[in-house]
Design a protein around this ligand. Structure first.
Ligand code: BGC
Length: 708
């Protein structure tokens, strides 16, 4: 591998997704450059030994400025070894539990520091509006309010109170990718975005602004262009919006080879040097990696094309972060500290709890929870039943024993039951037809079959994955022979349930129609298999809710709950027009009843808040969590509005028979929108408040107030 880095061409490097080799440059020369003070930052250093070594080289440089080391620790410090891996962000969002996400992020910060890094390239607050896109799993879904809450929780957990109390347990957060990568043309990563300023401001900007308000110190620009301007050259975005309107005070970093892309793909810069100058002048502070940047910037300043103060501003912020992180005092990681922090028992507990809360029960005709006395022999099969797929993108396979797969979890949770594993291999792209067919026979001898299917996102098998970064799809059916597998097992006549482990929504209509129980586990992390098993056997009552809409098939894209009214004026000529599962939806083993909502006032002057309250009761015989949701609609307005928008939510725990009074306050900003001249205003008229257990109309109760 080390020789290939030197022989790599510029083109090969630009196409390389995972490794930042520089053509003509060997890693041994990099060591020299650090000693010369020519490199100030690294990414993807995977253990503290290497980090300490690099820091020791930096200490030999003239100014002895410590290195800032970044890594994609987006659901735990997953690219490293022996670390805690939490559910991927789409699962975290399904928990609708920002406090727990904050706790997981705080623990992640400890594990990042323990491997010698100081900067996590997260939260990814892209709004996901196209399930073909491979990166949906690393987002918090489709809703601006939910994504904002989760993004803020991540920033708070990672950065803590670093700005007031610098400590070596916090890391820098990096809110990304500004903007709009989650709605790429044709679902393909990096593809352009053409969108109105209204949609940018209503849908895509709020989570970024919320993360900036919460103190996120770094921000990463998006690969894509928006309305003809590549993000990496967009002065309006970086200077006017981010720094001007939002008051961002940290530094902006480029994404992988994206400044170069201004020249070689967007073709807005005639040379790579020009691309560097343009991007820095537009507001870019740090180049993620790649050769020739340094020389181009020095030349740009010398020739007067880049004002020196622009460079001072960028460098000043990067230095500030190194001071705040305490790197000048403590550039090294103590080995004993590292070993005691990674995969800490408390972190493992949080990861398991977050998995439990992230799993969504989509269908249950009464077969769940499983009665162990009824099912003695259970077939377990499917590519994801006993594989590391559950760790998700931006994670590496972990040492033996650190991951509890669904098969492991079942054996642990129901030790009296005989689980028969029919192995069809982990590789979804290379499924063997004969093993798929043999599943019918395997199921025949059993009382129940659990089929675990979905997608595979681990980047260590870049050519074999079906999901994750740069693995986009032209349809959203189960890939490989998995549909055939489910149908083969079902054909045996043995009762069958399906568990999905996947990073993007899948249009599993046949399964939803034919299989009695369906669980969406997303990519639930190190202990995901245990959480799935506990839910199947009723030790845990499922409580996750969908953070996005699941369409039936690609023809329905773009399908989000927060749509305009005319989007459903007509129906498709064939097949159904409705989604398969709606945003906010998820079942429990108990039932919850909502009282009629009451408003604090029926009429308010514009600018006043209004409060809605109601009682939620657990009417079943098991304790359970309910995610109570509050939506709002402006009934008539001078520009068209969305049919409903989530404004607030709360996860509550209720014992059997217990009731809880829930109150939400709708603030003036919740009622405001951008008028024809893009002024943010509140218009007089009727507003409808909707409260309930999902975004589906049948799960909501409404009440209205008038703004005068
Ligand atoms: C991704 C970023 C990531 C970076 C560094 C890029 O390809 O778009 O999200 O932080 O790589 O790994």
């Amino acid at each position: 591998m080390r020789s290939s880095e030197k022989n790599m061409t510029i083109e090969e490097m630009q196409k390389s997704h995972a490794r930042g080799f520089y053509p003509g440059l060997h890693s041994s020369q990099v060591e020299k450059m650090v000693e010369q003070g020519l490199i100030g930052s690294f990414l993807h250093v995977l253990d503290y030994q290497e980090a300490n070594y690099l820091q020791s080289l930096a200490q030999k440089s003239r100014l002895q400025i410590p290195l800032l080391i970044g890594i994609d620790a987006i659901h735990g410090n997953g690219l490293c070894q022996n670390v805690t891996i939490y559910p991927t962000p789409i699962g975290q969002a399904s928990s609708f539990n920002p406090e727990l996400v904050e706790e997981a992020s705080c623990q992640t910060a400890y594990e990042v520091r323990a491997t010698g890094a100081h900067w996590a390239f997260t939260p990814n607050v892209d709004i996901a509006r196209d399930p073909r896109w491979g990166r949906v799993g690393e987002t918090f879904g489709e809703d601006p309010v939910l994504v904002s809450r989760m993004g803020v929780a991540t920033v708070k957990g990672l950065q803590g109170d670093m700005w007031n109390h610098p400590r070596d347990t916090f890391v820098l957060a990096c809110v990304k990718h500004l903007v709009g990568g989650g709605q790429p043309v044709n679902g393909l990563n990096i593809a352009p975005l053409d969108v109105s300023e209204r949609t940018l401001r209503e849908i895509f900007f709020p989570p970024f602004q919320a993360a900036v308000d919460a103190g996120a110190f770094t921000l990463m620009m998006a690969h894509n262009e928006t309305n003809g301007i590549p993000a990496h050259a967009d002065q309006w975005l970086m200077e006017d919006v981010v720094r001007g309107e939002w008051g961002f005070e940290g530094f902006i970093v480029s994404d992988w080879m994206d400044i170069e892309r201004l020249h070689n793909e967007h073709r807005t810069a005639e040379t790579i040097e020009e691309a560097f100058v343009t991007s820095v002048n537009a507001g870019m502070d740090m180049h993620m990696h790649g050769p020739h940047f340094f020389e181009a910037i020095v030349e740009g300043v010398r020739s007067g094309r880049i004002p020196e103060k622009r460079v001072d501003q960028a460098v000043g912020k990067i230095l500030e972060s190194k001071f705040r992180l305490g790197l000048f005092e403590h550039p090294y990681v103590e080995p004993a500290v590292s070993d005691s922090i990674l995969f800490h028992a408390e972190h493992r507990r949080t990861a398991l709890e977050l998995s439990r809360q992230s799993i969504v029960l989509l269908k249950n005709d009464g077969i769940l929870p499983l009665d162990p006395s009824r099912y003695r022999n259970i077939l377990v099969t499917g590519p994801n039943a006993h594989s590391h797929a559950q760790l998700g993108d931006w994670a590496a396979s972990q040492p033996e024993g650190n991951t509890i797969t669904v098969l492991d979890g079942l054996r642990k949770t129901a030790p009296q039951t005989n689980f028969v594993f029919h192995d069809v291999g982990w590789n979804i792209r290379k499924m063997d037809e004969s093993r798929v067919k043999a599943a019918t026979a395997a199921a025949r001898g059993c009382d129940l079959a659990i089929v675990v299917v979905g997608e595979y996102s681990l980047r260590e098998h870049w050519m074999d994955k079906t999901c994750g970064e740069n693995t986009d799809r032209s349809d959203i059916h189960l890939p490989g022979l998995q549909q055939q597998l489910v149908e083969a097992v079902y054909a045996s006549g043995t009762p069958t349930i399906v568990v999905l482990i996947n990073g993007r929504p899948l249009g599993v209509q046949w399964i939803a129609e034919n299989i009695p129980a369906l669980i969406e586990a997303w990519e639930p992390g190190s202990f995901g298999g245990q959480a799935v098993a506990e839910i199947l056997f009723g030790e845990v009552n499922p409580s996750g809710k969908l953070p996005l809409t699941i369409p039936r098939h690609v023809g329905q894209i773009q399908m989000t709950y927060n749509r305009k009214n005319t989007l459903s004026s007509f129906q498709y000529a064939f097949g159904e027009s409705t989604p398969l599962y709606e945003f906010g939806y998820g079942l429990s083993y108990t039932d919850f009843a909502y009282s009629a909502p009451e408003l604090s006032r029926q009429e308010i002057p514009a600018g006043d808040p209004v409060t809605v309250k109601f009682t939620v009761t657990n009417c079943g015989d098991r304790a359970g969590d309910q995610v109570v949701q509050c939506y709002l609609r402006d009934d008539y307005s001078s520009v068209t509005r969305l049919i409903k928008e989530l404004k607030d939510f709360r996860r509550i725990t209720l014992q059997p028979g217990e009731s809880r009074l829930v109150e939400f306050t709708l603030n003036p900003d919740d009622m405001a929108f951008y008028d024809r001249s893009m002024n943010r205003i509140i218009e007089p008229g009727i507003f409808t408040v909707m409260i309930g257990s999902s975004s589906r109309d049948q799960d909501l109760q409404t009440v209205s107030f008038r703004v005068n």
